[in-house]
Design a protein around this ligand. Structure first.
Ligand code: ADP
Length: 492
């Protein structure tokens, strides 16, 4: 999109420009650490100007990743979270989410908006002064939710607190993550649990790695004892001072299958504030399928059990033309046709619960800062009873497109994210829907406008949540409407 192209509903009238906020009637200056869809979105946004810097210039000379229609950038990671804090796993395969400005000091006040990488934030946040108008991606300690071990620890803590304050039955609403232990610290408790459940399958995952790296399944304690000897003996690896933290988790042995294949669902969630908690949920997302039919006979086969695209694209029979994704809308339609709308509403309500409980579990821990926002990628797996399970939460979900459809999804998602942040001050701040984002939580649950009453089985009525995951995303029309209406309100 060229600089002069209008985004739907973008008001370029003088009156509209005069309504700009703290930035005033000038261009919005941005920095961006990534060379994928987000950079295209920022560069294409009218009135936004890239701030040149040593590394940004480097980026300019490189091709961005916008794929040609129908093309596949199959060598790029699909869920590359880059290297998490404490991780040693930086490999060439995650360069698309690798910082271009990492390590380079950027002037504190020369940008209004910075899509930075987590490493940059870790290195600079504590010594950085942010001006009133500046917005930056990531909260300081986002890892409280995005490291596998910490996420589970925080969820367990909130569950206990809820049980104490509201009773055991309320605690049941937290039963959405598989039983998990941190290794090596909880090894002995895990062994007790292991012995209580003979024959079941467990999955081992490095706490701070991504893209399926270092993951394996096992059924015998011997397998983990061998791993223990080889993998995390502190003395055998002189470069590592402490054993790498893993989580061991009960493997979901009965995933919901479509065409005999397992999948998980990627969901995008935007947090603009932790105090009060304000959360937006994007309507679109996708299901990522494994390439090989599911079977519990071959637990050593990653192509059967791990649905990461970064794993699946290396499968011998992977077809880049077909890919392995379905849109969430297609998935919702499929499930509705098969199980009826009531069953599917229950599934999506369960997902809403997972989203909000996850964020509440760290609400008091995350260092809230009005300059920060976070876009999470939640990974949810359905089992054969249609129960949604939380697998993990990513703070840097891949923004690299795997094809035309994926590019359109991510372009719309990110453009609407900027519409929600509204640095141009074109909206009223009271909107409950902005493009494809619906306001799910605003210091409490947000209810849908239509006032639909949903009848529960015990005869009581509840209003519908403002949640439309997998529903039709007519974002352009909706943006036109809200911008016109906001303009009218601002004029009066
Ligand atoms: P990574 O951060 O390396 O992607 P994940 O925790 O997301 O690690 O796991 C990778 C994949 O493994 C998931 O996408 C899912 O398909 C599968 N998986 C992970 N945990 C489980 C589990 N407990 N039960 C079933 N499948 C799982």
């Amino acid at each position: 999109m060229s600089k002069n192209t209008r985004v739907p509903g973008y008001m370029q009238s003088k009156a509209a420009r005069n309504t700009r906020g703290i930035i005033g009637d000038r261009e919005i200056r941005f920095k961006c650490s990534l060379q994928n869809t987000i950079l295209d979105v920022l560069r294409g946004r009218p009135g936004w100007q890239e701030v040149p810097g040593p590394n940004i210039q480097q980026q300019n000379s490189q091709q961005n990743n916008k794929p040609a229609a129908g093309s596949q950038t199959s060598t790029q990671p699909q869920d590359g979270k880059g290297t998490k804090t404490g991780s040693t796993g930086a490999t060439p395969s995650n360069t698309q989410n690798t910082p271009a400005t990492s390590g380079g000091k950027t002037g504190d006040g020369d940008w209004d908006f910075y899509w930075c990488d987590r490493e940059w934030l870790h290195q600079n946040y504590d010594t950085m002064f942010l001006h009133e108008h500046q917005k930056i991606l990531h909260f300081r300690n986002h890892y409280e939710l995005t490291r596998k071990n910490l996420m589970v620890k925080n969820l367990k803590r909130l569950k206990k607190q809820t049980e104490r304050e509201q009773g055991k039955s309320e605690g049941l609403s937290f039963d959405f993550h598989p039983t998990t232990y941190e290794l090596p610290s909880e090894y002995h408790i895990f062994v007790e649990e292991f012995k209580r459940n003979p024959g079941i399958t467990w999955i081992m995952k490095p706490a701070a790695k991504s893209q399926g790296k270092g993951i394996f399944l096992f059924r015998r304690l011997k397998d983990i004892t061998d791993w223990k000897k080889g993998e995390y003996q502190p003395l055998t690896d002189t470069t590592r001072e402490v054993p790498e933290t893993y989580v061991v988790q009960r493997y979901i042995e009965n995933p919901y299958l479509i065409g005999g294949r397992k999948f998980d669902i990627r969901i995008y969630v935007l947090v603009v504030s932790y105090n009060p908690l304000k959360v937006w949920l994007y309507r679109d997302g996708f299901a990522r399928f494994s390439n090989t039919r599911f079977s519990l006979d071959s637990i050593e086969d990653a192509y059967v059990h791990l649905t990461n695209v970064s794993v699946q694209k290396n499968a011998p029979d992977y077809d880049p033309e077909k890919g392995c994704k379905w849109s969430t809308m297609r998935l919702r339609q499929y499930l509705t046709a098969k199980h009826g709308s009531e069953a599917v509403k229950k599934v999506f309500k369960g997902i809403d619960n997972i989203i909000t409980k996850g964020l509440q579990s760290v609400q008091k821990i995350i260092i809230n800062d009005k300059h920060c926002f976070e876009m999470y990628g939640y990974d949810i797996l359905l089992d054969s009873d249609l129960k949604p399970w939380l697998i993990e939460i990513n703070a840097s979900p891949s923004l690299t497109a795997s094809g035309k459809e994926d590019y359109e999804l991510k372009f719309g998602l990110l453009n609407d994210l900027l519409n929600v942040l509204d640095l141009e001050n074109r909206l009223t701040g009271k909107e409950k829907r902005i493009g494809g984002w619906d306001l799910l939580w605003d210091d409490g649950p947000v209810l849908a406008d239509d006032g639909n009453m949903e009848c529960t089985t015990n005869g009581t009525s509840v209003t519908t949540a403002n949640s439309f995951l997998g529903c039709h995303n007519d974002r352009k029309r909706q943006l036109r409407e809200i911008y016109t209406s906001a303009q009218a309100i601002k004029k009066t």
